[in-house]
Design a protein around this ligand. Structure first.
Ligand code: TYM
Length: 335
């Protein structure tokens, strides 16, 4: 069976980018026959960015409810919270000891922090935690522990998956066996990087996101605040480089996208174009929003689902694998 795995960091409210880049493709692929899926809440990763306990907890609930509202069936998919599987943390250390530091030096998030420091004339590593530096190793452990073949993600995560392959390969090499399957990123081309309100990649760190479950009035207000150029109604518009167009495309069928491109060429006004985008997003999101609001009002049920998922998953895969790995690296078995 093909194993598909992906996670979302619990550091904020889920946004449209998380939905089209990860949640929607992951759930679609989990329905393909012959697939075993692993979807999780990366709460250990959230400690790197947001050292606010209440926020992490709230975000965990919201992101769990998002997966469920989007159609994840916990009876058919492994659904869990990263920190409920302590074997992931243990594997992180084993991988740390084979991971090349030089490779981690090249990780985008770390390099961006160093570049910012250089611009500001600070020491390269000022304000950089070892957690940020080690981020890709923890992520590799997430993926390798369940021998995932495919990892559906947005383009920003592709480098991390390549690193997971590298660390897995080194571990296999050092410990003389194919312990780990080498994973592949799966990136949906037309939504690989969903733009945010200002046209840059939609991201919590840019503050340009559209929350997935904003109430309709708020969603409409945000859609109407998306940047456009100053062309008047009647003037032809460029689809190339238009954030509005890219967002439309992420929710439309091929025919709808083609019709929207024609409307651009014919000089649709921006207000009209924004209204069409709002209607389109609302069509897809409204039924999910209803389920979402119901789910977040029952945190106890979500907690039960997550605990049950982690308990079964440890028993089935994580605990036996770590027992084997401890033996392989020369440590004593805990049992
Ligand atoms: P995170 O929480 O930043 O984002 C979750 C998923 O959403 C995708 N995404 C986007 N896709 C398209 N356009 C955007 N604007 C956009 N913004 C976010 C991300 O690519 C990602 O797929 N390190 C990961 C979480 C993680 C993980 C893993 C993922 C931890 N362990 C193992 C896969 C496998 C992260 O911070 O994603």
């Amino acid at each position: 069976r093909t194993r598909v795995l992906t996670g979302i960091t619990t550091s904020g409210t889920p946004h449209l980018g998380n939905y089209v880049g990860a949640v929607r493709p992951a759930i679609a692929s989990s329905r393909a026959p012959g697939t075993e899926s692993f979807f999780f809440l990366a709460d250990l990763h959230s400690l790197i960015k947001a050292q606010e306990p209440e926020r992490t907890q709230r975000s965990t609930l919201e992101i769990a409810a998002t997966w469920l509202a989007a159609g994840l069936d916990p009876a058919r998919v492994w659904f869990y919270r990263q920190s409920d599987i302590p074997e992931i943390t243990e594997l992180t250390w084993f991988l740390t000891c084979v991971a090349g530091k030089g490779i981690l030096n090249r990780a985008h998030a770390y390099k961006a922090a160093v570049d910012r420091n250089r611009v500001e004339g600070e020491d390269d590593d000022a304000g950089v935690t070892a957690g940020l530096f080690m981020y890709p190793v923890l992520m590799a452990a997430d993926i390798l522990i369940f021998n995932a073949h495919k990892v559906p993600v947005g383009r920003d995560q592709v480098q991390h998956i390549e690193m997971a392959r590298d660390f897995g390969q080194r571990f296999n090499h050092v410990y003389g066996r194919e312990w780990f399957t080498l994973p592949e990123a799966v990136v949906e081309e037309h939504v690989a990087t969903l733009p945010g309100l200002d046209g840059r990649k939609m991201s919590k760190s840019y503050g340009n996101t559209i929350p997935l479950f904003a109430p309709p009035a708020e969603l409409r207000r945000l859609v109407f605040s998306i940047v456009t150029d100053s062309r008047a109604p009647g003037e032809p518009k460029d689809t190339e480089g238009s954030a509005l167009f890219q967002l439309y495309q992420a929710f439309a069928t091929a025919e709808e996208t083609a019709a929207f491109a024609r409307a651009y060429a014919e000089g649709i006004g921006w207000g009209e174009a924004k209204q069409r985008l709002f209607d389109l997003v609302e069509r897809e999101i409204a039924p999910l929003r209803e389920r979402y609001l119901d789910l977040v009002s029952r945190p106890g049920d979500i907690e039960d689902i997550l605990r049950d998922g982690a308990r079964r998953l440890r028993e089935r895969y994580a605990t036996p694998l770590l027992a084997q790995l401890r033996d392989a690296v020369g440590l004593r078995d805990l049992s």
